[in-house]
Design a protein around this ligand. Structure first.
Ligand code: NAD
Length: 251
């Protein structure tokens, strides 16, 4: 087991990719805290883990609120005695739609930045005192293939996920002296409920044309890299972004 007894906070673990990471982490022996604004979904994920003899807790957290991210970190320490891993997976993705850059409502632009950029900053700030105290930690941020490709129609999302790559590099430099690794994954178009809602059937087929590996990307395809970045196998890797997309774009 690659993550035996590691305490992992996974934001946005109520559904989609975050839920798949949570279940996979528990199978690898991690004690998982599922933090999501969707309390019911987070509880459900934790229950599924507990039902298969894994260790999990859930907590309702809005990552845009510093007092809530602080509570998230305190809760992990109280329940499991520390914080070894933070997966910054929560984002505004479900329910967004393609819009021309000059038609995006200002309010939606601001909400995107608040959740996808500020939320990551606040989550890192919340766990960093404990990770520094422990003298080690793994932070995994989530960017997107849309940023690598420059997809049209999602400027605010693409910008927010571009910020994550830069934040990963700067955070890696600021946190390296404390033994904390900060890396990033950029999944390609992955079949989750949110991506179905955004793109529908036609876009799914068009993705295959530009991808080296001619099949759909499933949430399970991303798990291996997230576990690798959370485990001792990646101890000398920091500040990097890994594109997990079947060869749709290259870094
Ligand atoms: P999703 O929208 O289904 O899941 C996001 C989760 O984040 C939800 O459970 C939601 O409740 C939670 N969340 C949203 N706002 C929150 C807040 N303020 N505080 C706490 N939790 C909040 O998306 P998904 O398809 O599972 O994608 C997960 C991650 O992967 C996202 O960061 C997304 O941008 C990224 N990603 C997805 C794809 C894809 O094709 N599915 C591709 C590249 C990157």
């Amino acid at each position: 087991m690659l993550l035996k007894d590691r305490v992992a906070i996974i934001t946005g673990g109520a559904q989609g990719l975050g839920k798949v990471y949570s279940l996979a982490f528990a199978k690898e022996g991690a004690k998982v805290v599922i933090a999501d604004i969707n309390a019911e979904g987070a509880t459900q994920t934790a229950r599924e883990i507990q039902d298969s003899s894994g260790e999990a807790r859930s907590i309702k957290v809005d990552i845009t609120d510093a007092s809530e991210t602080a509570k998230m970190a305190d809760y992990a320490v109280k329940e499991f005695g520390g914080i070894d891993i933070l997966v910054n997976n929560a984002a505004l993705y479900y329910g967004i739609s393609y819009q021309k850059f000059d038609e995006i409502p200002e309010e939606e632009w601001d909400r995107m930045m608040r959740i996808n950029v500020k939320g990551v900053w606040l989550s890192v700030k919340a766990v960093s005192p404990q990770m520094k105290k422990q003298g080690k930690g793994k932070i995994i941020n989530v960017s997107s293939g849309t940023t690598l490709k420059g997809n049209p129609g999602l400027l605010h999302y693409v910008a927010s996920k571009g910020a994550i790559i830069g934040m990963t590099r700067s955070l890696a430099r600021e946190m390296g002296e404390y033994g904390i690794n900060v890396n990033c994954i950029a999944p390609g178009f992955t079949l989750t409920e949110a991506s179905y809602l955004l793109a529908g059937g036609e876009a799914k087929t068009s993705v295959l044309a530009s991808r080296a590996l001619k099949r759909h990307e499933m949430p399970e395809d991303v798990i291996g890299v997230v576990i690798f970045l959370s485990s001792n196998l990646s101890d000398f890797l920091t500040g990097q972004t890994i594109a997990v997309n079947g060869g749709d774009s290259f870094l």
